[in-house]
Design a protein around this ligand. Structure first.
Ligand SMILES: C[S@@+](CC[C@H](N)C(=O)[O-])C[C@H]1O[C@@H](n2cnc3c(N)ncnc32)[C@H](O)[C@@H]1O
Length: 370
C-alpha cells in the first residue's frame, strides 16, 4: 500500500526521497503531448521531535505553532494548526507491519494493533473497558466512561426513557462530542443512525485514529475554540457523555455553537457529573447550564439517574448504575411566549412545530453515571 501524501502537516521532510515522479500533460492536464511538466520529488515525512508521522491527521502535532500559542485555556494545543509557508510536502509512511484494515462490521470490535500502535489508552482506561489488547489486535468491548457495561444497553436505555428519539427513524444523524474511541457512534450504526464523532488529541492520544481504523466516522476538534465545520441544523441529536466541555464558558459560546448545528426539535443528551454530584462546583455547573439552556429556549424533557444492574458481569463496581426519574412536560402556551426569541434566531422549523401544536419540543438531559 503506498504512503499518503501531504502538503500541510506539522512535520517536515528529512531529505529521504521516496518517489520521483514526472509526467507529460497537455494544457488541461490530460496528457498526450504539449508542455512537459516536471512534478516535484516527494520525501518521507520526518519522524521524531514529537511528530509521529505514522497515523496521520493533517496539521496535528505542529510543534512550532503550538509553542507560539498565546493561550491554552480552551485546549488550543490539542487541535489542528496548519503550517504557513514554507508548507512541508512529504509522504506519510504507514506504521511498521501495517496490514489491510479489518473489514466492517468486524472492525467495530477489533483492529490490527500494528495499524494504530498506541497501547497507552489500554492502561489509561482499563477500568472503563474502552479498549483491550488481545494478541495482534486491539479489541473494543463497547465500554466507555459513562457506559462501562456496554454502550448497547446505554443506547437502548435512552430510547426507553424517551421513545420519541426512535433511533434510525426520528433520529438519523448524531454528533457525539468527546467521543473517546467512538463506540457510541459505532453501535448506533446498527440502529441506522450515522454519527459524527469528535474529540481533540489529548492524553488519550490516539482516540480518533482508533475510531477511524474501526471504520467509524470521526474527526479531530476541540469544542469552544472555533465554529464546527457543519452547516446549521445538521444533527438530530447531539450527545456528550462526560465530554468535559465547559458549555457555559465565554458567555455560552460552546453551547450556542451546538444550538446552531442542532436541528430544531432535536435533542441534546448530556450524561455528566454535575447532574448528580452535590459538591459546590458541580452544583454551580448544573445551574449555569440550566440557566443557559433556558435562555436559548431549550427545555429539559428528562432528567434521569440510573440505578440497577445493567450489562454483563465484569466486577461489582461495573454493575451498578443508579436511577431516579423526573419529567417536565411543557404546555403549548409556554412555548408560544418564546416565539419572538425563536424568530430572532431564525428557527423556522421550530416555529412550524409550534404551529402544528406539537407540545413536546425540547431536549433530553439523560443523566447517567456509573
Ligand atoms: C472522559 S472521556 C469520555 C469519552 C466518552 N464520551 C465515554 O463516555 O466513554 C472525555 C472525552 O471528552 C473529550 N474532550 C475533552 N475536552 C473536550 C473539548 N473541549 N471538546 C471536545 N471534546 C473534549 C476527551 O478528548 C475525551 O474523548
Amino acid at each position: 500500500m503506498p504512503p499518503a501524501a501531504t502538503e500541510a502537516s506539522g512535520s517536515a521532510g528529512n531529505g529521504e526521497t521516496a518517489a520521483g515522479v514526472s509526467s507529460e500533460r497537455d494544457e488541461e492536464g490530460q496528457g498526450g503531448g504539449g508542455a512537459v511538466e516536471e512534478l516535484p520529488s516527494w520525501e518521507l515525512c520526518k519522524v521524531g521531535k514529537g511528530v509521529a508521522a505514522a497515523d496521520y491527521i493533517p496539521c496535528l502535532d505542529n510543534v512550532k505553532a503550538v509553542k507560539a500559542l498565546k493561550s491554552l485555556r480552551h485546549m488550543e494545543h490539542r487541535e489542528r494548526h496548519c503550517p504557513t509557508d514554507p508548507r512541508p510536502r512529504c509522504l506519510v509512511p504507514l506504521p511498521e507491519r501495517y496490514r489491510r484494515p479489518v473489514p466492517w462490521p468486524r472492525s467495530r470490535d477489533m483492529i490490527w494493533y500494528n495499524n494504530v500502535p498506541h497501547p497507552k489508552l489500554v492502561e489509561y482506561k482499563k477500568d472503563q473497558n474502552w479498549v483491550r489488547k488481545s494478541g495482534n489486535y486491539f479489541v473494543f468491548p463497547g465500554g466507555g466512561t459513562q457506559f462501562k457495561n456496554g454502550v448497547a444497553s446505554y443506547i437502548k436505555f435512552i430510547e426507553q426513557i424517551l421513545p420519541n428519539i426512535q433511533w434510525g427513524i426520528h433520529t438519523r444523524t448524531v454528533l457525539d462530542v468527546g467521543c473517546g474511541v467512538a463506540s457510541f457512534g459505532g453501535y448506533l450504526l446498527d440502529r441506522n443512525v450515522i454519527t459524527m464523532s469528535v474529540a481533540p488529541k489529548d492524553e488519550h492520544e490516539a482516540q480518533i485514529q482508533f475510531a477511524l481504523e474501526r471504520g467509524i466516522p470521526a474527526f479531530l476538534a476541540v469544542i469552544g475554540t472555533q465554529k464546527l465545520p457543519f452547516p446549521d441544523n445538521s444533527f438530530d441529536v447531539i450527545h456528550c457523555a462526560r465530554c468535559r466541555v465547559h458549555w457555559y464558558a465565554d458567555g455560552g459560546k460552546p453551547l450556542l455553537e451546538l444550538n446552531r448545528v442542532l436541528r430544531p426539535g432535536g435533542y441534546y443528551i448530556w450524561s455528566a457529573t454535575p447532574v448528580y454530584r452535590k459538591n459546590p462546583r458541580d452544583i454551580d455547573d448544573w445551574n449555569a447550564v440550566v440557566a443557559l439552556t433556558k435562555s436559548i429556549c431549550w427545555r429539559t424533557v428528562f432528567r434521569v439517574q440510573v440505578k440497577g444492574i445493567v450489562g454483563p458481569s465484569r466486577g461489582l463496581k461495573d454493575l451498578i448504575l443508579s436511577t431516579r426519574l423526573h419529567l417536565t412536560i411543557l404546555p403549548f402556551s409556554f412555548l408560544k411566549k418564546k416565539l419572538i426569541l425563536i424568530q430572532v434566531i431564525g428557527r423556522t422549523l421550530f416555529q412550524k412545530y409550534i404551529s402544528t401544536n406539537l407540545q413536546l419540543i425540547g431536549l433530553v438531559f439523560a443523566m447517567l453515571w456509573t
